[in-house]
Design a protein around this ligand. Sequence first.
Ligand code: ME8
Length: 654
Amino acid sequence: MCEKCKGNYYITTPIYYPSANLHIGHAYCTVATDTMARFKRLQGYNVKFLTGTDEHGQKIEDKAKEAGVTPQQFVDNIVLGEKGVLDLWKLMNISYDRFIRTTDDYHVAAIQKIFKKMYDNGDIYKGTYKGKYCKPCESFWTESQLVNGKCPDCGRDVQDAEEEAYFFKLSKYADRVQDLLENTDFLQPRSRVNEMVNNFIKPGLEDLCVSRTSFTWGVPVDFDPGHVVYVWIDALFNYMTALGFENDKYDDLNNFWPADVHFVGKEIVRFHSIIWPAMLMSLDLPLPKKVYGHGWLNFNGEKMSKSRGNVVDPYVLSERFGVDALRFFLLRTFPFGSDGNFTNELLISTINVDLANDLGNLVSRTTAMSQKYFGGELGKGGESAELDNELKALATEVFANYEKQMEAFQFSNALAEVFRLIGRANKYIDETTPWILAKSEDTQPRLLTVMKNLCECIRISAILVSPMMPDSAEKILNLLGVPAEGRTWDAQCYCADSEATWKTSTGAPLFPRIDVEKELAALEELSKASQEPVVEIEPYSDEKVDFDTFCKSDFRAVKVKDCKNVKKSEKLLQFTLDDGSGTDRQILSGIAKFYKPEELIGKTLVAVTNLPPRKMMGRESCGMLISAVHTVNGEEKLNLLMIDDAIPAGAKLC
Ligand code: ME8
């Protein structure tokens, strides 16, 4: 630990499955972890922020097979390829200190040693696995754990599984894990403790199957060929191998283990709060200080997935709104421990209200006035008033509350505090009316102090939002000309007295206001364009038609000699057709919505010619043209049946 540091701080995200479908929900946890890491660095901690990818397992093996590549090629492409995992974290400005891939050699070798150690100490033993397996979740379940016969985590079908396997003596640690959960702050938020104890521990913890033989894409058990280590054992130990546990690649265990916090999504709390501590207990290793189980982001009330279109694609969203605005939205809007409902309306209104109106306006009004009244140079001197003390007191209070909320991972509450100060500062402008103070020489000293107070409120707010919006905070501090020493955590004390000076400048609006209607329409279009179209066809008829009746229908090739719209009808087209008989045939068809008459002239179509003539809009129609009908995303589509022009008019179709 360096002398100036407050201490070491180790924080992790779950390591992601490199499937091609990373959406904004995946980015949520990593953005939150990044924010916490930046906050701790700001406070003066020596931070290690770990993220990475969880690359083994049957799911990956299957996907690679489908794609016709090796599993290693498959994961390499998704981790390192264009718009892959690494690109995404770059885009989202994720300041990780280390990135682990579970296919890294040092990790694989370490997992083999770890597995052997637990085998040697008797906590891993060989048996036969009989039960259910959920492939998408890579989870084993007993019959009693299933919900309506399906995987209790994802609700999908499970498969029967029976094979020789190694087991970890999870049951041996049930009491110790229960005690850890119930009697310490290990698992947060507290509501998750009951869920774990009541749903998993109290019904009886069974030993965990920790090896597989039915596929090969995993860490091989080196003392028993054919077995690969269960992917969750491999994945969970990443938190320690990335620090150098059982390998020489790194040497950070003494400084950073135990971890200060693992941030994880709620569906993987079970692995992190039951299996993970039990395995660490087996190896007599210190336990992480905390596991925090955050909620899920849903999209328009439904579980988020990339198949819902690219409106949940972080690339699309950050291109339209900016990375900082997106990061801010995720943290400001949804309490970290609960589920949240992501909607485009909410995203746009948060940007407009908080960022454009409140913060953006405060910065642009202040810097514009400082420029106008003082040429951007706020020198020494000034005149204070009672009102200033209120601002100062609020800034001090906000700072303390913010810190408390951040320590509890309550990012939305922490930001709400900052916006109390921003709102108060905007009101202070209205109360002090700088434009009136500017009119008289006598009120210049007061005007100077007002401007300095505003700059100070903005400086403090910018420091406090910097973990969430690093680039924007830097831009704001640059506009205020704040030197490096004024950007630190310790520079929080409110200082707008007569000695303070500022050199401000003006710039383009930081958060331009978004036209809600226009943007929503554009997003809707984008979403439609990116979604798999929903094609619907008419249901099949159960009613049978006898063969002889069907054969009576006279289908003929007909050539369009003329085609025109029928006056006063939006629907009808009037066709003059050559049907090979030497006399023109007239057919009316309600397809004007789908074709322009001139497009059809000369085409060879199919008509049923022996239907009784019908009158439509006073004109006779002798037959019916055949077309294909279906709907795409609820919209009716129609295509006339067009056949090869080489087929002569009148040819019978049978
Ligand atoms: O679980 N909202 O990987 P993963 C919020 N490899 N969080 C979401 C989300 C949403 N809509 N969708 C996904 C794994 N997540 C394992 C972890 S750790 C040793 C191994 C979160 O790629 C999810 O909750 O399926 C999880 O925390 C993370 O994204 C990675 O999910």
